[in-house]
Design a protein around this ligand. Structure first.
Ligand code: COA
Length: 450
């Protein structure tokens, strides 16, 4: 496998395949073996995959998957590296005691580029095997495997906020849930010239990946979405439930180009037909005009009193397109977690908010990415990172001492180093300068779960 960390190149197909097939981490394998447990890779085309999938469903409190659902999941899981820990003493020994899926993906970073990143998902440990260190062994194992493959970053979305800080992950892009009272909101934003039209869900399914590819580099925190996810949004999975509730529209600009789509469902209010609720499952806009036109369409639907949407940015332009900001109730939560695995490669890949020199002293409890580094950002926002052997190499540099968790939290620009310093999480000689350099003008966002 080529060393991805050496460049900022995005993940290629051969690197993705090599990561899927990478051997399991020996340290974790040995640690689990001392408990009589067997750490395995699970081929997606094997019978073992079906049992693995049922354990994931149970772990997330979902019902058992039907044969049709297992077949559909197998079909769309080819991109995943699937691992399980098995207990040979269990009566259902072919069902793993714990599961993880991971894959090599891409994460958008400040400056409109992406870096290779190991996405982690489907983390479950059976309630019969909890709190014995199995999740820790698997997570550390996958992080060491990604690190050994030269992948500079890992990322995940979480069920509970308290699980992953111990491995160096930090919430780096928040997600905002919106409830908008439509009559009170009153549209004051632009009224672009293009047109909105309903489209069939199959057409939506075709448009989503194209539009996402065109727009994902605009916002730090977004990822390259695995193909199977689009069927969820479009309701085009063969096993999709209530697909008929999804309504899809597209925005076409004055030049005839499709620039955005929205998919939503409406719940009518039987007590008062003028007070229905719209839930937006996804809104994807490639231009500011598409964004304005689609939101205006949703907020001006007849017979609708409230519009709900989630996985939005905490800093949506939408807030500045309505007459009454209190018409919107916005709840912000941690969402996209990232974990730097290679400080130099990760810092060199992003752009910076201001010029400056920062001497970083990074502590990594897992021993994967710590060290001392000099970050020099130029006027154009480009960063050069060198290992810092000599503390006096740049006596003018602002010093910042922090954990890998805090550096990961600040990496996408979602939290300022000044805030982390005020919280006692970072020690620095000049919080304002450090915050300006590491800051970014676009709030990070991740518009899906994975
Ligand atoms: C969360 C889960 C994977 C933990 O598995 P586990 O094998 O019990 O975890 P471990 O025994 O390896 O514990 C590792 C560490 O996490 C801590 N931990 C585990 N579950 C925790 C929880 N729910 N809240 C807070 N800390 C937790 C442990 O105390 C331990 O801490 P330490 O090693 O720093 O002392 C498991 O409980 C589970 O499957 N939950 C339901 C599905 C889920 O939420 N998965 C996560 C999806 S993002």
């Amino acid at each position: 496998m080529s060393t991805l960390a050496a460049s900022t190149a995005v993940a290629g197909d051969s690197d993705r395949a090599a990561f899927r097939a990478a051997p399991l981490d020996e340290v974790s394998r040995d640690r689990l073996a001392t408990q009589g447990l067997d750490y395995r890779l699970v081929p997606v085309d094997s019978d073992a995959f079906g049992a693995w999938l049922q354990v994931v469903a149970r772990g997330f409190q979902d019902p058992e998957r039907s044969e049709q659902q297992v077949a559909a999941a197998r079909e769309r899981s080819g991109y995943r590296r699937v691992t399980g820990v098995y207990d040979p003493a269990a009566p259902m020994a072919d069902a793993p005691a714990s599961t993880i899926a991971s894959w090599l993906g891409e994460l958008t970073v400040p400056g409109g580029t992406a870096i290779p990143s190991c996405a982690i998902s489907a983390v479950t440990v059976a309630p019969t095997h909890r709190r014995r260190g199995i999740a820790r062994a698997m997570l550390e194992g996958e992080l060491r495997t990604a690190h050994a493959a030269g992948i500079p970053m890992a990322m995940l979305t979480v069920s509970e906020s308290t699980l992953y800080g111990r491995y160096g992950f930090a919430p780096a892009a928040a997600s905002a849930s919106w409830r908008i009272e439509t009559r009170r909101a009153a549209w004051t934003g632009p009224r672009p010239e293009g047109r909105i039209d309903f489209i069939p869900r199959t057409r939506l399914r075709e448009l989503l990946p194209e539009l996402h590819e065109r727009s994902r580099l605009r916002v730090p925190g977004e990822i390259d979405v695995p193909a199977g996810h689009w069927d969820n949004f479009a309701g085009t999975r063969p096993d999709a439930e209530k697909a008929g509730e999804k309504r899809a529209v597209q925005y076409t600009d004055a030049a005839g180009e499709v620039r955005g789509v929205a998919v939503y469902s409406v719940r009518e209010n039987h007590d008062d037909f003028t007070k229905g609720t719209v839930t937006v499952s996804y809104l994807l806009a490639d231009t500011d005009d598409a964004y304005a036109a689609l939101w205006r369409f949703l907020l001006e639907l007849d017979l609708v009193a409230e519009v709900h949407a989630s996985e939005l940015s905490p800093d949506e332009p939408l807030l500045w397109m309505i007459a009454d900001q209190r018409a919107a109730t916005v709840t912000v939560r941690d969402h996209q977690y990232v974990r730097i695995l290679d400080v130099r490669a990760a810092l060199q890949a992003r752009r910076y908010g201001a010029a400056g020199a920062i001497a970083l002293d990074v502590h990594d409890p897992l021993g994967l990415a710590g060290g001392r580094f000099l970050l020099e950002a130029d006027q154009d926002g480009r960063g050069r990172v060198t290992p810092l052997e000599d503390a006096d190499a740049r006596p003018d540099a602002v010093t910042v001492a922090l954990g890998i968790e805090e550096l990961s939290a600040a990496y996408l620009g979602g939290v300022s180093l000044a805030t982390l310093a005020a919280a006692g999480r970072v020690t620095t000689t000049d919080a304002a300068t450090a915050a300006r350099v590491l800051g970014w003008h676009i709030a990070p966002r991740l518009s899906i779960w994975y």
